[in-house]
Each structure stands twice: as structure tokens, then as C-alpha cells.
Write a protein that binds this ligand. Structure first.
Ligand code: AMP
Length: 221
């Protein structure tokens, strides 16, 4: 039987992915949320899971180290994504990629380049170029919310879900760059070489996400 490797994004996305896998009848040998292992066999013959940093998922899949992956649209846009197929929006880990800062931050920087702290350098560059706004981009790897508070940047570009993190740090959302959700991505060569097995898995995910959408619509969510 053809073996398949599915790369999963650690963190928030993993918390939403595991119930989806369970609904699709895929069970890891042990709970990835409660383990330091990086590779997990599953109850499906020949299907194994990798649990890796979200930003690394497109790289593992593009190089064929994983046949498929679950990655946030934020990470896919930043990666470029041209070397991957993106056949399915899983509808999980939904949030918004936003510009945020202390009240008045945009007006305060009206006559000079806006200093933007983010881990999404390419996405932010493209966004402000479209808006015709000159920016100075500052790459950070985490805790973006701190940057405006300590004067490192005027604004941040980061993911916002409930808005609690912004509020807790006295920041305001200014603008949504785009809505984000997690996608299933597939290595292009694997799509040809392992077509039947990948189609079978895509079909299972398609039916599961569709059933969950119908359920949440019925639940009035
Ligand atoms: P919240 O306080 O619920 O608005 O969440 C904001 C924090 O969680 C920020 O630090 C974000 O980078 C992170 N975050 C929110 N949604 C996601 C997501 N879908 N995937 C990864 N990180 C997220």
C-alpha cells in the first residue's frame, strides 16, 4: 500500500485539526497535544502524521518530505504557495490578518514611513504597497503586540481571533487585510504519483468538512 505523510501545524491549528481527523476516522497512535513526538503512526495503514511549526508546513510539503499538509492561509500567502496545490479550505482555525496599533498610531505617522512589526513581511509589504503607503518593515517572530507598546513600531500586522490579546495590551484593530482559515495543501508530484490514495483522503476530508459546515449552519453558528 502507498504510504502517505500528512504534516500538521502545531498550536491553535492542531487543536482544530485533531477533531477534524477524528471525524474523518483518522486516529494518531497517541495524542499529539500531549506528546513530544514529531511523527505519529495512525490507525490508517500507511498514513503517518508529522507535527511541526506552522511556518514550516509549506516547506515540508513543497519538498515532498510530506505529501500533504494542513497550513494557515496566512502562512501559505507568506510562503508564496506557487509550488503547492491547495485543493480544500478546511474551514478551521478561522481568524483575520489585521493591522493594529495604539489609538491614533496611523495619524501619528502620517508624514513619515509607517513602522510595521510583523512576521508576515511579504504580506505586509504587498498590502501597504497596494495602499500606496510607505513602510519600514520590522521582522519579529512572536509577541508582535509588544512592539507598539515599547515604541519599536507604529503598528503590527498579526492574526486576530477574539481580539482579547489586542485589548489586553491596549491596542486597536485598524484594518483587516484578509480573512484566514486553514487549508489542505498537496505536493504536486505526490498528487500525480499517489493520486488514488490522495484523492481518497481528499474525499474523506471534503465530506467531513462539508458535514461540519452543515452542522454549524444548523446550529445557527
Ligand atoms: P485573540 O486574542 O483570540 O485575538 O488571538 C490573538 C493571538 O493568537 C495572536 O497572538 C495571534 O497571533 C494568535 N492567533 C489567533 N488566531 C490564530 C490562528 N488561527 N492561528 C495561529 N495563531 C492565531
Amino acid at each position: 500500500m502507498t504510504s502517505l505523510t500528512l504534516a500538521l501545524s502545531k498550536g491553535r491549528i492542531l487543536e482544530d485539526t485533531l477533531p477534524l481527523l477524528a471525524a474523518a476516522g483518522i486516529e494518531p497512535e497517541e495524542d499529539p497535544l500531549d506528546s513530544r513526538k514529531l511523527v505519529f503512526a495512525t490507525n490508517r495503514e500507511g498514513l503517518r502524521l508529522l507535527v511541526i511549526r506552522a511556518a514550516d508546513v509549506p516547506t515540508f510539503v513543497a519538498y515532498g518530505a510530506a505529501d500533504l499538509g494542513v497550513a494557515g492561509k496566512d502562512v501559505l500567502i507568506e510562503h508564496g504557495g506557487q509550488d503547492l496545490y491547495e485543493p480544500l479550505d478546511l474551514g478551521i482555525a478561522k481568524c483575520r490578518l489585521m493591522v493594529a496599533g495604539l489609538p491614533g498610531a496611523l495619524e501619528g505617522a502620517a508624514n513619515r514611513p509607517l513602522r510595521v512589526a510583523t512576521k508576515y513581511i511579504e504580506t505586509a509589504r504587498a498590502h501597504f504597497a497596494r495602499a500606496g503607503r510607505q513602510v519600514e518593515l520590522i521582522k519579529l517572530y512572536g509577541s508582535m503586540e509588544l512592539a507598539p507598546i515599547v515604541g519599536l513600531a507604529d503598528v503590527i500586522v498579526d492574526l486576530v481571533d477574539t481580539g482579547n490579546t489586542l485589548r489586553a495590551n491596549g491596542l486597536e484593530p485598524f484594518e483587516t487585510i484578509r480573512e484566514i482559515s486553514s487549508r489542505l495543501v498537496v505536493n504536486k508530484a505526490a498528487m500525480k504519483m499517489k493520486h488514488d490514495r490522495i484523492e481518497e483522503l481528499l474525499d474523506v476530508f471534503n465530506r467531513t468538512t462539508e458535514a461540519q459546515r452543515t452542522q454549524s449552519r444548523a446550529g445557527g453558528k
